[in-house]
Design a protein around this ligand. Structure first.
Ligand code: SF4
Length: 442
């Protein structure tokens, strides 16, 4: 590793892809093959950049043995074309360019295509399809929001720069005094590290979000609500009426919600209630709602799969047209029921976080894994590719959690190919094996 002062390079406006905030104001100092400073990064972003070090793994393996890229691509393509019920999964930690090739492969082989959204904000995706989303960009929040509500999320720990860069602290065009011009509310089952940053903390009973949101809808519309709502939700009538009044009288309100809403009892019904509340509030003021997305490009995965199939995740392409049915076509369920007979897993580690039946079935079937680092999933893969890290080694496009696309500025070269490159090679070979060699994916 070089440490000479001459080799110090500075990359301005680099992008952190560690979380859905996708902060694009990083100033990275690079010395030799290491990033030695990441100015503007939060504690998570610093760990992401400064702990990046060159891997010492083979380019590709088949059943754990190092092989050439060509051999691995051949075996991967053979597995995929011979499968009867393959699944393509992951995608939230790679570029949109790689995601679109993965969807194309799924289309050629008639696979289910699914992303990690199905195990985090999948219920939100279902609710968006059912109710719609009153949406805005984080730039609008920064410049206009005078009421910011966090519901079932903890940005102080999960998205450390969300509040300072976008939502509560910055001065904006119509909120010139920044934090002083805003009211910040946190609704959660416990006092998290976000609570001290809020003006109002509302401690809701666990699994009672739907009831509280539905009561708020009624209060906003001027309807009577049963006094027993406090016993039911833990929120008093006075607290609910105060919140409803603040929502109706603000100039620009926004509700950010996390998995405390989408992954607790009620799931998509909770999110539907929140979306409907935001929609109702637009009879009185401007009010918006956004999910707090976790992985760096999970929003890109939703967008890319939606462009290409019409649905964001859990899509079956076996009949030559897309069918959307979470629970049936989502990877964790397909594996747990023992249905999938091969898998292509991109930048994800299902062997570390799926249910035991799903993990056991995945270990039984042939599958291909692409990942920059070694994980339980890459260790057990029939074919494993070591790939370059998006954002650090690889350029491309990612989507911030508010659906704004951002271009990556990589800091370091990598000896490994990008996910996009590996997937393009697999797609080309799949097409040849299927007898469509001249078809070109745009
Ligand atoms: S908030 Fe998220 S995207 Fe921004 S620097 Fe921290 S980890 Fe990176």
């Amino acid at each position: 590793m070089s440490t000479s002062a001459e080799s110090l390079r500075v990359i301005e406006n680099a992008t952190c892809t560690f979380c859905g905030c996708v902060c694009d104001d990083m100033v990275l100092k690079v010395q030799g093959d290491r990033i030695v400073e990441a100015k503007n990064a939060c504690v998570l972003g610093k760990a992401w950049f400064l702990n990046h070090h060159p891997e010492n793994r083979p380019l590709a393996t088949i059943e754990g043995k190092p092989v050439s890229l060509d051999e691995a691509v051949e075996r991967a393509a053979q597995i995929l074309v011979q499968a009867r019920y393959p699944v393509v999964y992951g995608l939230s930690d790679t570029t949109c360019e790689a995601q679109r090739i993965a969807v194309a492969i799924a289309d050629w082989i008639g696979a289910c295509v699914d992303t990690t959204t199905s195990v985090c904000h999948g219920p939100s995706g279902m609710a968006f399809q059912g109710v719609g989303e009153v949406t805005c960009s984080l730039g609008e929040v920064k410049n206009r929001a005078d009421l910011v509500i966090f519901w079932g999320c903890n940005p102080a720990e999960s998205h450390p720069r969300h509040m300072t860069r976008y939502s509560t602290m910055p001065r904006g065009l119509f909120v010139p005094k920044g934090r002083k011009d805003r009211t910040v509310v946190l609704v959660d089952v416990r006092r998290t590290k976000t609570a001290p940053a809020a003006d109002i903390f509302l401690a809701i009973k666990p699994r009672k979000d739907f009831e509280a949101l539905w009561a708020l809808r009624a209060i906003v519309k001027g309807m009577e609500v049963d006094e027993r709502i406090e016993e039911e939700t833990g929120l008093s009538m006075a607290q609910l009426k105060d919140l409803a009044q603040r929502m109706k009288s603000c100039k620009f309100g926004v509700l950010f919600f996390g998995m405390g809403l989408s992954m607790t009892r009620g799931k998509h019904l909770n999110v539907e209630a929140a979306l409907a509340l935001a929609r109702d509030l637009n009879q009185f003021t401007k009010f918006y709602i956004k999910p707090m997305r976790g992985h760096g490009n999970v929003t890109g995965a939703d967008n890319v799969v939606s462009w290409q199939t019409g649905y964001p995740f859990g899509v079956n392409l076996a009949r030559g047209y897309p069918r959307f049915n979470p629970g049936e076509y989502t990877t964790a369920d397909l594996l747990a029921r023992g249905e999938a007979d091969a898998a292509l897993i991109i930048a994800s580690d299902p062997l570390a976080n799926f249910s035991q039946p799903a993990r056991e079935h995945l270990r039984r079937i042939p599958y291909i894994a692409l990942d920059p680092k070694e994980t339980p999933t890459t260790r057990h893969a029939t074919v494993a590719f070591t790939t370059a890290v998006y954002g650090i080694n690889v350029a491309g496009t990612v989507y911030r959690m508010d659906d704004v696309p951002i271009r990556l500025r990589p800091a370091l070269p990598s000896p490994y190919p990008s996910d996009e490159e590996v997937l393009r090679r697999i797609e080309r070979r799949v097409r040849q094996l299927l007898g469509h060699p001249s078809s070109v994916h745009p």
